[in-house]
Design a protein around this ligand. Sequence first.
Ligand SMILES: [Zn+2]
Length: 156
Amino acid sequence: MAYASEMSDLLQLTEEALRDPSLSDDPGTYVYLLAALLGFEDVEVWGEQLDGLNDDEYEVPCPACSAENFIAFGEYGFFSTTDSMYMNETAAKKIPLQPADSSALEGLAQRLHSRALADNQPDVAGKLTYLFGRAQCAECDAVFSVADAVATHWDG
Ligand SMILES: [Zn+2]
């Protein structure tokens, strides 16, 4: 099957690209390649959504009350808020995120986190603990899994 062998070539090329030491200065490209790898592996949701790490935020509806929450994990801090202008100092309520304990990660989360560390991408590994951690809804105070909220939102 030509198609299968082409896919396996692509996988191999992407694997090699991910190990390129020059990417240690370029976490954005690293995340893009990692997302591509998941896409080639047909990993549900994350092949398309992992590159949200590069935006330093995910926007997800609260599973309890459906309010849109911005999950921010970049230069403005690590918090959830319903205020889309959260980069302003005057922004409304911000609730600190609850990152996952990296030693407690399982499955895909564990695989991505340990791979990012092994590939010398500590910033990416750090962001993954927020993506696979928990957030508190800024509207109703429900605590939910960020990754599950992303997956539920995009798997429809
Ligand atoms: Zn809520």
